[in-house]
Design a protein. Structure first.
Length: 213
């Protein structure tokens, strides 16, 4: 069947049939096959022909040594040291929750110390925490910090950039429309001084103040 395909058909079939593989069998792979696959992969185009990749082929013994060294480094880090965070974006890509749960459970069994599943509901986060027995990382959403903590989230992150950009957009719109910015909420000066490096700004002001003698 493949021999009867035109080159265009063969390429289309290869593109449509490709899959992202994240779980592998322990069966050894023949070195000749590895070399052939690398040779084929090297033919892939790259932006401005920069070829931005480097490959290292290692065997099971070298892999075992690297794993042992990595785990030893993590153990030596202690409190405040490096942390292995496993992330899955599968829910946003059409995967079922059961598929995502199985994946993060595998990550946890492999040594992940914290789990992040983007787009997970509170109920799903609770299930992830129960199945993996690991603390969760979460980006801010409609739930409160207390609600997140109740389902196993230990590190909730809330991004303020969208709110800051929204306030800047509202101020610019008002300035363009009315020629002034009025009626918009601002940060009290005391709060600004509390969160800003006052000494640094004083030095900048002194250096660049056009009115200084």
């Amino acid at each position: 069947m493949i021999d009867e395909m035109t080159p265009d058909q063969a390429i289309e079939r290869a593109i449509r049939a490709r899959r992202a593989i994240r779980a592998f069998r322990p069966d050894p792979v023949e070195p000749a096959l590895v070399r052939r696959l690398i040779d084929l992969a090297a033919q892939a185009p790259s932006g401005t022909n920069m070829q931005p990749w480097k490959l290292r082929v290692i065997g099971p013994q070298t892999r075992a040594r690297l794993e042992a060294a990595l785990l030893a480094a993590l153990d030596a880090g202690g409190a405040g040291g490096p942390l292995v965070l496993a992330r899955s974006d599968g829910l946003g890509k059409g995967e079922s929750f059961d598929q995502v749960l199985a994946r993060v459970k595998a990550y946890s069994d492999a040594g992940a110390e914290m789990i992040f599943v983007s787009g997970a509901s509170l109920e799903q986060k609770k299930k992830i925490s129960e199945v993996t027995a690991k603390p969760l990382f979460s980006t801010g959403g409609p739930a409160t910090v207390t609600e997140e903590a109740a389902v196993g989230v230990k590190v909730p992150a809330f991004a303020i950039e969208p709110y800051a950009l929204g306030a800047s957009h509202a101020a610019m719109s008002a300035l363009l429309k009315d020629g002034k910015i009025a009626g918009l909420p601002t940060v009290p000066r005391e709060a600004s001084l509390a969160i800003a490096d006052a000494k640094m700004w004083a030095e900048i002001h002194q250096k660049y103040n056009a009115d200084k003698a």
